[in-house]
Design a protein around this ligand. Sequence first.
Ligand code: 289
Ligand code: CA
Length: 160
Amino acid sequence: PKGDRGPTGEKGAKGDTGDRGECQQNNLELSPYFLALTFPNGKIVGDKIFMTSGYEGNFDDLKKKCMQAGGQLASPRNNEENAAVQQIVFTHDKSVFLGINDIQTEGKFTYLDGKPIVYSNWQPGEPNNDKGIEDCVQVFSTGKWNDKSCDERLLILCEF
Ligand code: 289
Ligand code: CA
């Protein structure tokens, strides 16, 4: 078949015509690149890729690092995306900050572009702005959200 690759996915395997068309797309989920990406630091949901490097820092650090890498902090917009975030938190046993906060206006959570959130998965009783200092959002290994001080140091999770 067109586009054959060797066991490590290298070009030039037997029968490789160099054509990177439909056949390659159909085999995406069998690609070693896809498998490497999805275990254990990344998850693909639709056309979004969630990825951690293992770095830990406060909200500003993490936001900057994701942007420098050409992405942004994870901003799940539905249950499927949130489940991918949850799996990464669970695997690493470390919670992450989302690209969501209410820094601008207390109680009004927005994405990093300032638009109001379209999806949330708050832990019951949250957000509570505990001690009046919780403007960022962390995800627990249950997938539930808690508002938390942006000064906490959590695991980086970017989306691309
Ligand atoms: O510093 C307070 C936080 O660690 C969390 O403490 C409790 O779990 C709850 O009050 C949370 O809402 C709060 O974010
Ligand atoms: Ca809270």
